[in-house]
Design a protein around this ligand. Structure first.
Ligand SMILES: C[S@@+](CC[C@H](N)C(=O)[O-])C[C@H]1O[C@@H](n2cnc3c(N)ncnc32)[C@H](O)[C@@H]1O
Length: 212
């Protein structure tokens, strides 16, 4: 999906939802103040998530892996009044940046940010969600397959990032993350209660619909 021509990007950006300018500030801050800024979703992917939230109009959204809150804010901007995003992050410094930007945002009141190990938190909480964005520890993707499925409302959309893992899912070899993602993808693909659509955007987004 990448083309080296900058005009290509400028052209495409005319056709994606306009995100709050605070996100440019957050992207810039993340670039200069965190060791792995490439973890941030980026403009196209965040705009896509924003668009999905606009279409789905979920009451409750769950994000696993807040990082500095870029995708969280993009989704919050599209969320109907009275709806909420719960976002889980285990790294205190990432979360403190995210919370600072949530406080600055006019959509921040729709976000509940929790510092936690996501699998433990999900096992303790039995809430159900209408939309889930999974974007955290890849080695645990097979575990998330088990836990998240139990947290979905009927008809829920579940979006999972990095399902191509830079193409390594085709031949995972000994790479533990590629192996875990490939196993996750296979479980989802074989699950008769999950309908899938793999979007080849960035590192691969798997859009799954839960039909129990
Ligand atoms: C790829 S980044 C998330 C990017 C973010 N969703 C965005 O779109 O900008 C993954 C994040 O998951 C967090 N993380 C990893 N393992 C986790 C776990 N077990 N529980 C909660 N957060 C975790 C990492 O600290 C990191 O900030």
């Amino acid at each position: 999906m990448r083309n080296p021509d900058p005009d290509w990007e400028i052209y495409i950006e005319q056709f994606i939802p306009r995100l709050d300018p605070l996100l440019d500030e957050l992207e810039n801050y993340t670039r200069w103040h965190t060791p792995y800024p490439q973890m941030l979703s980026g403009k196209w992917q965040a705009a896509f998530l924003h668009f999905l939230v606009r279409l789905k109009q979920p009451r409750r959204v769950l994000e696993i892996g807040t990082f500095t809150g870029y995708a969280t804010l993009a989704m919050a901007q599209a969320l109907p009044d009275g709806s909420k995003i719960i976002t889980l992050e285990n790294h205190p410094e990432n979360l403190s940046i995210a919370r600072r930007f949530f406080r600055k945002s006019k959509f921040g009141h729709k976000i509940e940010a929790v510092e936690t190990q996501a699998p433990n938190w999900l096992n303790r909480n039995n809430e159900k969600y209408d939309l889930v964005f999974l974007d955290a520890d890849k080695e645990n993707y097979p575990l998330y397959y088990q836990i998240i499925k139990k947290s979905l409302n009927s008809g829920a959309w579940w979006i999972t990032d990095n399902v191509l893992w830079n193409g390594k899912v085709l031949n995972p070899g000994r790479d533990p993350q590629a192996r875990a993602i490939a196993a996750f993808n296979e479980s989802v693909r074989r699950d008769p209660q999950l309908e899938t659509m793999l979007i080849p955007l960035r590192d691969g987004l798997l859009w799954t619909v839960y039909r129990p």
